[in-house]
Write a protein that binds this ligand. Structure first.
Ligand SMILES: [Zn+2]
Length: 153
């Protein structure tokens, strides 16, 4: 598995401390999917941003979601890709709409478990509308990526 560790080190990882979406990553590292919400009108929004696009309030909070959703779209990336992703191509990238609010959509990968490779599932067998839920893949001490598995797996 030494090769896999090397590749993980090369993956571009988010800033989990400074950015507006830092709480997203802090929750993910604790095994929770959290989405930013307006503290005035209560609407969810993603990606995180300082001002509500609906009521322009800057009051904001984070809410823990169920982690359940459905595949809304998918793509199969092909080279040219960032070097860290080249060994995995072709793999799947899915867009998941959340059960709590289908207009909230997250980009991720469908895997078979937290430590599954992003190329282990045949991307051509992934169906739009499949129900999925979150798993969390530890990439570094302060960084876990949100990924998805099929319900029932
Ligand atoms: Zn608002």
């Amino acid at each position: 598995m030494a090769g896999d560790e090397k590749m993980v080190q090369d993956w571009p990882l988010p800033d989990t401390v400074e950015d507006e979406d830092a709480p997203f990553w802090q929750h993910a590292n604790a095994g929770e999917l959290a989405i930013q919400a307006c503290a005035r009108c209560s609407r969810l929004r993603h990606p995180a941003r300082p001002m509500c696009p609906f009521c322009q309030s800057r009051e904001r909070e984070w809410r823990v979601m169920s982690g359940h959703g459905r595949i809304w779209s998918l793509t199969i990336p092909h080279p040219p890709l960032l070097p860290a992703f080249m060994p995995y191509a072709p793999y799947n990238v899915i867009v998941v709409e959340l059960d709590e609010d289908p207009t909230i959509r997250l980009v991720g990968n469908l895997v078979t478990g937290p430590d599954g490779r992003i190329d282990e599932l045949d991307p051509h067998e992934i169906m739009i509308g499949e129900p999925v839920h979150t798993v969390f893949t530890r990439m570094a001490d302060d960084c876990s990526l949100v990924r998805w598995v099929r319900d029932g797996s």
